[in-house]
Write a protein that binds this ligand. Structure first.
Ligand code: G3H
Ligand code: 13P
Ligand code: ZN
Length: 317
């Protein structure tokens, strides 16, 4: 059942975070649904603009609909990741997406507010939830490179939320996208979360750039011919403390790419005569499902499927 992120956050707030996982292809989609059903977790499927253009956006929609039919007990939101104003409108008007992210974080404060407010007005007419972003993450956000990441200012966050009417806010709290985070001694800025929570109690926050980049995964990729030097991610022990401070959505994409890369590199290294990509594809689906279930345990969303179902069927707005 497709639900809005707003509905999921009403269940999660202050208790656990919902995993938000990106998909690009059929194997990711199958692994994602299986892992969430195995761990009995509600979840968020994220579609980036890059994903929409990889095969075609209609393929993604078709795959998600097919997976929803195969796993009728699944409860999930379909969310546009890092949207522009134009792509947000496309997704809102499609009738398929239940949530969009308008990412105007690279604009000046007033312009970010104006763009976000326009998207919120149009989305809310169609019961679509809106995530906005304030502050700049390090690393690469689609085609925007954050060379000078700036952390979210809690006072600005309060004003931004009040003036835009957005349903959740992605905050820059020290994480960055991709496989190379925390080059120094940085970590998550819990103080920023605490201050936003004090100003806007009950308001859902979002953490981007949350992959943990497991060292053993990186080591296996490198042993199988990869070259990921200095890769490092978020400490997974920080997921729940963030959730307790109002982070309801934790975005994980890079870790799934690492699983894919490790499985395929090892398979073709160990089976150099092989050309049947379904063998590593099957292994990847199994391993990705297990990975998703393990993340849901760490986020506290594992075992929350029934609570989510009760909430949405009892008319959670
Ligand atoms: O924030 C970026 C996400 O990991 C999506 O990545 O734009 O390469 O699909 P992508
Ligand atoms: P990672 O690169 O840490 O997986 O972050 C993904 C993300 O924030 C997608 O919006
Ligand atoms: Zn992101």
């Amino acid at each position: 059942m497709i639900v809005t992120t707003k509905q999921l956050f009403e269940v999660a707030y202050g208790e656990f975070a919902v995993g938000a996982y990106n998909i690009n292809n059929a194997e990711q989609t199958m692994g994602l649904f299986r892992g969430n059903i195995d761990s009995q977790a509600p979840f968020i499927i994220q579609i980036s603009r890059g994903a929409r253009g990889y095969t075609d956006k209609s393929f993604l929609e078709g795959m998600i609909r097919a997976a929803g039919d195969l796993f009728p007990e699944a409860i999930f939101a379909v969310h546009l990741d890092h949207g522009t104003e134009e792509v947000c409108y496309e997704c809102i008007d499609s009738g398929f997406y239940s949530s969009v992210m308008i990412d105007a974080s690279h604009e000046e404060f007033e312009e970010n507010i104006a763009i976000t407010k326009r998207v919120v007005d149009r989305a809310h007419e169609k019961n679509v939830s809106v995530e906005a972003e304030l502050g700049m993450l390090g690393g690469v956000e689609e085609d925007v490179v954050g060379e000078n990441p700036c952390l979210t200012d809690p006072e600005e966050a309060e004003e931004f939320i009040d003036r835009t009417g957005c349903d959740s806010l992605a905050c820059a709290i020290g994480t960055s996208h991709g496989a190379y985070k925390f080059s120094g001694t940085q970590g998550i800025h819990f103080d920023i979360l605490d201050e936003i929570k004090a100003r806007k109690p009950g308001f859902p926050l979002v953490m981007h750039g949350s992959s943990s980049v497991p060292p053993e995964e990186v080591a296996r990729i490198n042993e199988a011919g990869g070259k990921l030097i200095g890769a490092a991610g978020v400490n997974t022990a920080e997921y729940l403390p963030a959730a307790k401070r109002g982070v309801c959505k934790v975005n994980i994409d890079t870790d799934g790419r690492l699983v894919w890369t490790r499985v395929h590199r090892e398979h073709f290294r160990d089976n150099p005569e092989d050309i049947d990509f379904r063998a590593p594809g099957r292994k990847y689906m199994d391993e990705y499902a297990a990975f998703i279930a393990s993340r849901n345990e760490l986020l506290g969303s594992a075992g929350q499927l029934e609570a989510a179902r009760k909430h949405v069927t009892n008319g959670g707005a």
